[in-house]
Design a binder for this molecule. Structure first.
Ligand code: GDP
Length: 336
């Protein structure tokens, strides 16, 4: 994103981009993939075009249910998403699977949303699977995934699944872009304590205990622990107490129960307006994140800031200038 670019107008679409928009709206997978690639591009001219394409598609977004699924590597995310996806297709739905994996830029490849991890699903016409963009920071990756999600909605996908790893900030980021955030857990006692420490329990709309087939008794114990842990918290909505469901992704048991909770969630929060309020809040918070990122970039690129920053940095390090005085002086350059 570049500050100071001309405002985006939908009617500026070139013929090629108009046909891209038409292709996305017609549900063509190739057009959708191409549009996502355009969004992920870091070239300024591509970014400008991507925003125009998005603007044209925006009126056609918002109809899908957006579900976040997080879990540590090995929790069974891909097995679960594949089982759920195949089940949803049997119910007549189309789903898109996207990933938010900030580590992909470090490792050079994303393990999340990888087609080889969901082999059955990737062969289905009704499923669209896209690995995490490898564009760098978590903010950058999340921004691209958010926009890819809107494109998938415009292309007629009813269910959008955003997969992320259960480590660090990425869970909070994904929770901030979906309607329902689900934590995928293993039936190991004590895992809930980890999640409580990390402050993750608060953002969960549902807890899923996978691999229930391995040890049913341990699963029941862990399920009770989770229920207690959730019970101690004040729920985000007075109309929704996050449930704890146990299932076996491998044996495809409990998938319908999981989906029943997704439907229950919507039935509980849509009539009260909370469902829509959450989306509005997320959209505004996204806008502010972009404003802050843009201001930051503007600041860093300002010639006077670039000129004076090194000396002021040294001066603060040496104790000759207070951090506040240096900050005000640098911010003052923005007025010039
Ligand atoms: P991810 O890293 O979270 O995507 O985890 P995977 O889906 O790759 O699963 C990791 C391993 O756990 C694989 O060997 C799966 O076959 C296995 N697994 C996943 N779900 C279940 C389950 O419900 N029961 C059992 N027994 N194994 C499972």
């Amino acid at each position: 994103m570049n500050l100071g670019e001309a405002p985006v107008r939908a009617n500026l679409l070139s013929a090629a981009d108009q046909s891209l928009v038409d292709g996305v709206l017609a549900g063509q997978r190739r057009a959708l993939a191409k549009a996502i690639t355009l969004i992920e591009s870091t070239r300024p001219d591509h970014q400008q075009r991507a925003q125009q394409v998005l603007n044209a598609l925006l009126p056609h977004t918002g109809r899908a249910i957006r579900i976040g699924i997080s879990g540590v590597p090995g929790a069974g995310k891909s097995t679960f998403i594949e089982a759920l996806g195949v089940w949803l297709i049997e119910q007549g739905k189309k789903l898109a699977v996207l990933a938010v994996d900030p580590s992909s830029s470090v490792s050079g490849g994303s393990i999340l949303g990888d087609k080889t991890r969901m082999e059955l699903l990737s062969q289905r016409e009704e499923a669209f699977i896209r690995p995490s963009p490898s564009s760098g920071s978590l903010g950058g990756v999340a921004e691209k995934s958010r926009e890819a999600m809107l494109l998938c909605e415009a292309s007629g996908y009813d269910v959008i699944i955003i997969e992320t790893v259960g480590v660090g900030q990425s869970e909070t980021t994904v929770a901030g872009m979906v309607d329902m955030f689900c934590l995928l857990q293993l039936p190991n006692a004590g895992d809930d304590l980890q999640a409580i420490k990390k402050g993750i329990v608060e953002i969960a709309d549902m807890v899923v205990i996978n691999k229930a087939d391995i040890d049913r008794q341990a699963t029941a114990v862990v399920r009770a622990q989770w229920r207690n842990a959730l019970h101690m918290l004040r729920p985000a909505s007075p109309h929704w107490a996050p449930p704890v469901v146990a299932l076996s992704a491998l044996h495809k048991e409990g998938i319908a129960d999981f989906w029943a909770q997704v439907e229950k969630y919507q039935a509980a929060l849509k009539p009260t307006g909370e469902f829509e309020q959450k989306r509005q809040h997320q959209a505004l918070s996204w806008m502010w994140q972009l404003i802050e990122a843009g201001l930051h970039q503007h600041f860093r690129r300002h010639p006077l800031v670039q000129e004076n920053l090194p000396a002021l940095t040294r001066s603060v390090e040496e104790g000759n200038t207070t951090p506040a005085a240096a900050a005000y002086a640098l911010l003052g350059y923005l007025k010039h």
